[in-house]
Design a protein around this ligand. Sequence first.
Ligand SMILES: [Zn+2]
Length: 260
Amino acid sequence: MAPILVFVAFLATAVTEVRAAQCACATGNVNVRSGVGTRYSILGVLRVGRCTSFEGDRRYGWVRVNFKGRNGWISGRYVNIQTCSGSSGTSGSTSSVCPRITSRSEWGASPPRSTSKLNRPVKYAFIHHGASAPCFSQSSCSAMVRRYQNQHMNRNGWSDIGYNFLIGEDGNVYEGRGWDRRGAHTRGYNSVGLGFCFIGNFMKRAPNSAALNTAKALIACGVSMGKIQSNYILRGHRDMGSTDCPGTALYNIIRRWPNY
Ligand SMILES: [Zn+2]
């Protein structure tokens, strides 16, 4: 028995030491340079929504990456560091990483009463908050999204949940009307933009980094898939109408994001 036990113990140790690979994913088209700072030469461009492997070093706000097999540096302002999905980034190749989207059937959506198509790519990305209690797990966020849908359909009389996507502080995206259907979120602009709603109330506190990073990745993903124009305009709901949405704390953050 002893050799088997030792072998099993070895296997368990080996498995726990495998870390998920980390990727640097571009939130806008960004130059990859040979060193830290803009005086270094440009090795190439990491396009919006594309990812390459993060090599673990950060210096003066820059991050070190493996870019097509070469050592490169990118300003941390233009990338999210996130877990690579699939085989992305593992060999220094670039890949597109879109966050996984929790489907309507997964969160238990009611079917829409009617739908209308959106002309893509859209010019605007709008940020909202639900002004509700927060959620930090897939089950509690799913329940909150069902509650939003009930309010929108039964109290407001809309055809479906208003937002195109919702983001929880569990770090997950929840599919609302999705990329291709016109939403009900930003009066006067629903036919030219997508509505992204953070679940919770962000007047006084900011969403956690999991939610913020997921939202940035989702917008970059929309650009890389041709759903959002590459020169899109990012706005908070309050920029387009008289509302507190998306909350002052969140609004102050998105004003520093690309394309605001
Ligand atoms: Zn709003």
